[in-house]
Ligand binder design. Structure first.
Ligand code: HEM
Length: 171
């Protein structure tokens, strides 16, 4: 897509890998990718015709796009931007702990993508471990010194769950 696209504020090249660029031009993208459909014909349907033949995206990809736009074009969650900051203050104490797995004893580096991804199921159990019905023997972060529960804020737990559900992207 190394093409100049004219808008009222100038000519842009649309970087389809760049969130801000795609968001800015989302209405034009919607028109273009639906442009092969009866009643929604566009003068520049995208992707362009191949050997003169219509070349639309598969229907499920069109639907995924429409859903993403309708849902407010949320930038997807990444480890670097959304997960690492939640764990930052817990990294040092957790590095000191050996965690046993079938294939050896690991220290869980909460600032390291591969380490967190590898232990994601245990982390899920641990951070939900204060919830009724999901009690864990080692809820995390651990109880306070006075023995009271010390869960992460609900919003952070939800961010974690959403990140895992969306496939644990790094960046
Ligand atoms: C959100 C932050 C944290 C996460 C996600 C986390 C995650 C985990 C996980 C996955 C385990 C292994 C549990 C298992 O499957 O057996 C664990 C164990 C452990 N963690 Fe953390 N941890 C966090 C914060 C902390 C902090 C702040 C401390 C110390 C102040 C700590 C101390 C321990 C200890 C001592 C263990 C060994 C199990 C036990 O005896 O309780 N963790 N943690």
């Amino acid at each position: 897509m190394n093409i100049g696209i004219a808008t009222p504020d100038g000519v842009f090249s649309l970087d389809l890998g760049d969130y801000e660029s795609v968001k800015l031009l989302n209405e034009r993208i919607t028109i273009a990718i639906h442009g092969y459909e009866p009643g929604r014909e566009s003068s520049h349907p995208m992707p362009p015709k191949r050997n003169g033949v219509a070349n639309p995206l598969p229907a499920e990809q069109l639907k995924a796009w429409d859903d993403w736009v309708a849902g407010g074009m949320i930038k997807s969650l990444t480890f670097d931007e959304h997960i690492a900051p939640i764990f930052k203050k817990y990294r040092e104490p957790m590095l000191k702990i050996g965690i046993a797995k079938e294939d050896g004893v690991f220290s869980l580096d909460l600032g390291d993508y591969d380490s967190v991804k590898m232990l994601n199921e245990r982390i899920t159990i641990a951070i939900h471990g204060y919830e009724p019905g999901r009690e864990s023997s080692h809820p995390m972060p651990p109880e306070r010194p006075d023995g009271t529960p010390n869960p992460l804020p609900a919003g952070q737990i939800k961010t974690w769950d959403d990140w895992v559900a969306a496939g644990m992207k790094k960046s």
